[in-house]
Write a new protein. Structure first.
Length: 99
């Protein structure tokens, strides 16, 4: 018998969400953070546990839960980078950061 808590996260992707997240995995110009977040959701949808997903992606279980909660609340848009307070970087100020 397993020890400790067992928390199951149920992720059910629509065909369009799956297509978008799989596209992110194949895109060479996609930011690595967004690719990793998409991989988290795809693994959980495939039936992987939170612990296995965290090991596969190389992050802690805490962050797996964080991104799954955001995905469940906001959909694919919840996996995008959000703007942060503070001064923009020099490359962004010149317009070089956006593609």
């Amino acid at each position: 018998m397993a020890r400790g808590r067992t928390t199951e996260v149920q992720v059910s992707l629509t065909a369009q969400d799956r297509q978008t997240l799989e596209h992110w995995q194949r895109s060479p110009s996609m930011p690595v953070g967004r690719v990793r977040r998409g991989q988290i959701v795809l693994l959980l949808d495939a039936g992987a546990s939170v612990s296995a997903t965290a090991r596969t992606v190389g992050i802690s279980r805490r962050f797996v839960y964080k991104w799954v909660r955001r995905f469940l609340a906001q959909g694919v848009a919840g996996l995008m980078d959000q703007s942060r307070p503070g001064r923009r970087g020099a490359a962004q100020a010149r317009g070089e950061g956006a593609l």
